[in-house]
Design a binder for this molecule. Structure first.
Ligand code: MSS
Length: 369
């Protein structure tokens, strides 16, 4: 039963009341627990690991962490201390699992159809400020890209389980070279040293891209001609039909689509004045507009954004004060990004349960009296 399990021991430092524990490696922030500030407190941010994290020891001496930079004119292995002498930048991004909202796709399946994977609702997401060095500055310091680079490929620093083919388990992802201008090699989140659980000592952040592309404990960053043939890239996190097999010709789960959901109210209460709050983001583009409906999408009202605007990759919070008469209300929100993409009513199910961004799935039904 979701919510019945306690936090796994390595995550015991997190707020025990803020999570639905799906498994040792998949811990979802309860809806409404991302807080009323724009930034998600680290103690309430979701966790998703594809394999067991490395031992704690790797954050004992953070500055000694080594990352190999390849596919540049002068390839080198740099320590974190050396990276800190190259540059510093900060960016706020929505960190969201590719499968966030998968439950809404699973709930809509026909008999005989199946989508496997964690049934995340809205809580495999948060908004984080990352600080570190722009990858571009590191590449420039090493003489610029070697010829022919088409991808940025990051490799996670986990010890791989024995007895399995490394390519089947290694967390290694390639993203298009166009991200070279925005990728950050981050050692801080929300002003704190990056905890191991979120990828410390060093994480590759790809602004606007879904969770899996943000490689924790990154040990190699390479500019490559081809996408990695690791299973997590070639035969997983692909857009394909329900029941079909993943293959490298299908689109990879990279850029996040526009999305929003309501964070309060989640339960009924007295009729009358109510503040409907939520979060909205555009993925690659800034979010430009969000509307709220209290009648399940029949009529819509623009909701004002509140709090600071932390840039195009961050989410914005919204708060609409309104009067709810006594009765049943179906609350939903619908975001539009700066490029004009509108959140659809539903996202057709896909085989991996990825990139759900419908406004219908996360509807909240409340009774007021
Ligand atoms: N990285 C590494 N190294 N490993 C692993 O496992 N996972 C992914 C990312 N990265 C991994 C990595 C995923 S998948 C996700 S979401 C993310 O991460 C999460 O994060 P956090 O920090 O929250 O845990 Mo899905 O798309």
């Amino acid at each position: 039963k979701p919510g019945a399990k306690g936090l796994p021991a390595p995550l015991a430092w997190k707020d025990p009341n803020a999570f639905i524990v799906h498994s040792n490696q998949t811990v979802e922030t309860k809806r409404g627990h991302t807080g009323s500030g724009v930034i998600t407190p680290i103690g309430r941010l979701f966790i998703r690991n594809n394999v067991n994290p490395p031992p704690d020891g790797i954050v004992a001496d953070r500055d000694a962490w080594r990352v190999e930079i390849a596919g540049v004119a002068s390839p080198r292995t740099l320590t974190l201390a050396e990276l800190k002498r190259i540059g510093l930048a900060s960016v706020a991004t929505v960190l969201q699992c590719s499968g966030n909202g998968r439950k809404y796709m699973q709930d809509a399946l026909q008999p005989g159809q199946r989508i496997s994977g964690t049934p995340w609702t809205v809580g495999a997401a948060g908004c984080v400020i990352w600080s570190g060095v722009p990858l571009k500055a590191v590449v420039d310091a090493l003489g610029g890209p070697a010829g022919g680079a088409r991808f940025v490929t990051g490799t996670g620093g986990e010890d791989l389980p024995a007895g399995l083919k490394p390519k089947d388990v290694i967390v290694e992802r390639s993203v298009p070279i166009s991200t070279l201008d925005t990728v950050l090699l981050a050692w801080e989140m929300n002003g704190e040293p990056l905890p191991l659980a979120h990828g410390g000592p060093l994480r590759m952040i790809v602004p606007g891209y879904s969770g899996v592309n943000n490689i924790k404990y990154v040990k190699t960053v390479a500019l490559t001609e081809a996408e990695t043939d690791a299973k997590i890239q070639a035969a997983s996190y692909r857009m394909h039909g329900v029941g079909a097999k993943a293959d490298p010709a299908q689109p990879s789960i990279w850029e996040q689509p526009v999305r929003s959901w309501i964070t309060a109210p989640l339960e009924g209460g007295p009729a009358g004045r109510t503040v409907v709050t939520g979060v909205a983001f555009g993925g690659m583009n800034a979010v430009a507009r969000v509307e709220v409906s209290t009648d399940g999408g029949r009529s819509w009202t623009d909701a004002p954004f509140v709090g600071p605007d932390l840039g195009r990759y961050a989410w914005r919070q919204f708060a609409l004060a309104l009067d709810l008469p006594a009765g049943t209300h179906v609350l939903v929100s619908r975001a539009t990004d700066a490029a004009g993409h509108v959140q659809p009513e539903d996202t057709p199910p896909n085989g991996g349960g990825y990139s759900y961004n419908g406004w219908r799935g996360p509807a909240v039904t409340v009774e007021t009296a």
